[in-house]
Design a binder for this molecule. Structure first.
Ligand code: GDP
Ligand code: MG
Length: 166
């Protein structure tokens, strides 16, 4: 079994932190080759007979006027083609215009989309997430919505279990 997992989201939501956490977390990694290019970072994680290829996409940028942003948007979009699972990350705070841009791309994807709400360690009141969750679940039929802290590793194992089920 080999899955192709795209991690997408606007800049600064924690895509790289999450990928590092997933790839660095367990000792059973048999292949760990993060490959840094200016455009995409790819990591492979093998556990038993599950192999997942993770792609940390560059952020999708709102300002289409800048050539570099257009280029990066294209790279991010191409990472979404032929994926088995999309991990769409947002911040615990409000839905922004840039989240919407990523969301629009994600909607065209065939595979399951897991919505990850990151940085929950910064939430003072855990219950404040609940109304937000209800609203987010109306937006599309997400496979799952999982609140995590990529930085602390909170619920990252749960996210991985859901990814590996696909
Ligand atoms: P990317 O642009 O989506 O790849 O985001 P990064 O992984 O580079 O993270 C952007 C910033 O958010 C960095 O300063 C991270 O340390 C911080 N960050 C990422 N995940 C978390 C988290 O779960 N909690 C907190 N408090 N900060 C985080
Ligand atoms: Mg990054």
């Amino acid at each position: 079994q080999c899955g192709f997992v795209a991690i997408v989201g606007r800049p600064n939501v924690g895509k790289s932190t999450l990928m590092n956490e997933i790839l660095g977390q367990k000792l059973s990694i048999t292949s760990r080759k993060p490959q840094t290019t200016r455009h995409q970072i790819v990591g492979i994680k093998t556990e038993g007979d599950i192999q997942a290829v993770y792609v940390d996409t560059p952020g999708l940028h709102k300002d289409q006027d800048k050539a570099i942003n257009r280029y990066m948007n294209k790279a991010a979009s191409s990472a979404l083609r032929d994926v088995d699972v999309v991990v769409f990350i947002i911040d615990r705070t409000a839905w922004t215009d840039e989240d919407q841009i990523v969301f629009d791309k994600v909607q065209g994807v065939k595979g399951p989309v897991i919505l990850v709400i990151n940085k929950i360690d910064q939430l003072e009141d855990k219950d404040s997430l609940l109304p937000h969750l209800a609203e987010l679940s109306q937006k599309m039929d997400f496979h799952e919505i999982i609140p995590i802290s990529a930085k602390l590793g909170t619920s990252v194992d749960r996210l991985e279990a859901v990814i590996n089920e696909q």
